[in-house]
Design a protein around this ligand. Structure first.
Ligand SMILES: [Zn+2]
Length: 176
């Protein structure tokens, strides 16, 4: 994760211009190259922006952290949430050097990010050996036809915790 993520850009308007958006994407692409060159992870970078201010950023950190979930978008969401002191990134956009994989897209929904801007597509990623699209195709299959199986184990204690959480009023839907 990077440090100087809350520095304002030159513009003071809240709505980014087309030039701002191109600059944010260039930053995401630059991060992807720095990440690759530093051996931190795959060639992916992501910037999260609120208005015209950078709220968070990261490259892919899968090798650095030995963490298969440390994709650039996930790490950038964590960085932005920490910097903004919230788990709700409503009003933020994400600029990703690559089209987000299914895991990251789900995280983007959980974070309630407004808009995703990406450069390289999932199809292009697959052409270069990154299997995002394969996972998406797996998820579209019925659970019983997926390569990784999911099995239900019944235990009344599980639902008891749901009931407790509901009584506490903390149930939290994605909402969009
Ligand atoms: Zn991802």
């Amino acid at each position: 994760m990077t440090r100087n993520t809350t520095l304002p850009l030159s513009r003071t308007k809240n709505t980014p211009s087309a030039a701002d958006r191109r600059r944010f994407m260039q930053m995401a692409i630059d991060l992807s190259e720095q990440t690759l060159d530093a051996g931190k992870g795959g060639p992916f970078g992501a910037i999260i922006v609120r208005g015209t201010r950078i709220a968070g950023s990261s490259g892919n950190c899968v090798f650095k952290h030995n963490d298969p979930t440390a994709h650039a978008e996930i790490m950038a969401i964590r960085d932005a949430c920490e910097n903004l002191g919230t788990n709700d990134l409503t009003g933020c956009d994400i600029y990703s050097s690559g089209e987000p994989c299914p895991m990251c897209m789900a995280a983007i929904y959980w974070a309630r990010i407004d808009t995703v801007y990406f450069c390289n597509t999932e199809k292009e990623a697959l052409e270069y050996g990154f299997i995002d699209k394969v996972i998406l195709e797996e998820l579209r299959k019925a659970p019983e036809n997926r390569k990784i199986k999911s099995r239900k184990i019944t235990n009344p204690g599980g639902l008891a915790i749901f009931k407790k959480a509901k009584a506490m009023g903390i149930a939290h839907a994605v909402g969009k």
